[in-house]
Design a protein around this ligand. Structure first.
Ligand code: GLU
Length: 428
């Protein structure tokens, strides 16, 4: 990540600040600022050319006081134990703030999935499960997709687990494909969830969504549906999206004079979030450097790519008109960026509140798996909106009452819930 501080140090720094504000018992704080369990393992995979390649895998379980651990698996070339620890920690706060009965975990493999064939990807997915199956399960730890992983991969992983335990167990992974144990609405859930929180923020600040313009970083699953939601649910305009171009090994910002049309871009993006540059240019898109998205003249900024991209350097470039930052990614804004937001009266919706729609829908998916009864899409999205709106207002009330930022307020709500569960279970 960019910036001087690594993601786990950042997660601990955020936590420590709120632990002080809450006057949290130092031993309780010590328990919460570290993950409970960490698994690091090697996964041998037979490649298509007959050679053997060994991959490094991780699973970190931060806290399961409120229920089974929950969190995605990232396939990323720059994965480290510390990024996985940070992301696992944020999952605990995310599930607690959304008030779903789950804990927090995260997994990863150091790999660029776009370099693997379909068969190699499947063997790698099955290999991850072969190393972890004894320590995951519907009542232990339930993984899901994240950066670099897809519903199809969750389908393979669920199948491998079911074979190893000898029982069809759809609830062990969420984010599975439709028809393979997946839930309606899961694909849209994280991006739409971001937009529900933006909608509530606009009501609170008295901003007209129809006169609003957003700059969005990334064009992966979260950004795609955040862009669609911003236009279709709020009536706003999207000035630009950015994306990592895996063919040219660089990132680009795509804008259009009439505003970005995400439904069109969806037809020319590959499964790794790389937009077809030639086709976009032919459709009138202006293609600029990947860093440009942050400078666009907008009132809403949605960083929805990867951690640390809004930092002490880049935050100074944001438009003077920015009123709302909606953190679609996990950990996109560093503590220095937070300082800037505070000074400039920018309303920041913190990651583990803003992007909680994905895991909330994952929770609905596991409930449907347990019941073996599947809900229609309208019902899923309506329940999702209700959960996100309630979570948002719980945090907003705390922020107004305690006169703290939305991030600190979200931590206060979440830490209080996790500490209460630990107390009820007799851990502290
Ligand atoms: N990876 C997503 C997140 O960071 C979803 C996790 C899940 O569904 O368990 O929230």
């Amino acid at each position: 990540m960019s910036g001087q501080i690594n993601a786990f140090e950042m997660a601990q720094k955020q936590f420590d600040g709120v632990a002080r504000l809450l006057n949290l018992d130092p031993q309780v704080a010590e328990l919460l600022r570290w993950p409970m369990r960490e698994y690091i393992f090697r996964i041998p995979v037979r490649m298509d050319d007959g050679s053997l390649r060994v991959f490094q895998g991780y699973r970190v379980q931060h806290n399961d006081a409120r229920g089974p651990n929950k969190g995605g698996i990232r396939f990323h070339p720059a994965e480290t134990l510390d990024t996985v620890r940070a992301l696992a920690t944020w999952m605990t706060w995310k599930c607690a703030v959304a008030d779903i009965p789950l804990g927090g975990s995260k997994g990863g493999i150091i790999v660029d999935p776009s370099t693997l064939s379909v068969g190699e990807k499947e063997r790698l997915c099955r290999g991850w499960v072969q190393k972890m199956w004894k320590n995951i399960g519907p009542r232990q730890d339930v993984p899901a997709p994240d950066v670099g992983t897809t519903p199809q991969m969750m389908g393979w992983m669920m199948d491998e687990y079911s074979k190893l335990v000898g029982v069809y167990t759809p609830g062990v992974f969420t984010g599975k494909p439709l028809g393979g144990g997946g839930s309606q609405g899961r694909t849209e859930a994280t991006g739409y969830g971001v937009i529900y929180t933006v909608r509530e923020t606009m009501k609170h600040l008295g901003i007209d969504p129809k006169k609003s313009v957003a700059a969005i970083e990334g064009f992966g699953n979260v950004s795609q549906y955040a862009a669609i939601g911003f236009i279709e649910m709020l009536g706003g305009k999207v000035a630009c999206v950015s994306c990592w171009d895996r063919n040219n090994k660089t990132s680009y910002t795509y804008s259009h004079k009439e505003g970005v049309d995400p439904r069109f871009l969806l037809t020319i993006v590959d499964q790794y979030g790389t937009i077809d540059k030639k086709k976009a240019e032919a459709a009138g898109y202006v293609v600029e450097d990947g860093e440009k998205w942050i400078e666009k003249d907008c009132n809403v900024l949605i960083p929805a790519a990867i951690e640390g991209h809004v930092n002490d350097e880049t935050v100074k470039k944001i438009s003077k008109n920015i009123k709302i930052v909606a953190e679609g990614a996990n950990g996109p804004c560093t503590p220095e960026a937070d300082e800037y937001f505070k000074k400039n009266n920018i309303f920041d919706i913190p990651d583990f509140l803003c992007n909680a729609g994905g895991v909330t829908c994952s929770y609905f998916e596991s409930v449907q798996n347990d019941a073996n009864y599947y809900w229609p899409k309208e019902e899923v999205l309506q329940k999702l909106d209700q959960k996100m709106t309630t979570a948002f207002h719980g945090v907003l009330d705390m922020s107004l009452k305690q006169k703290v930022t939305m991030r600190d307020a979200a931590y206060m709500v979440a830490i209080d819930r996790v500490a209460k569960a630990m107390q009820l279970r007799g851990w502290i």
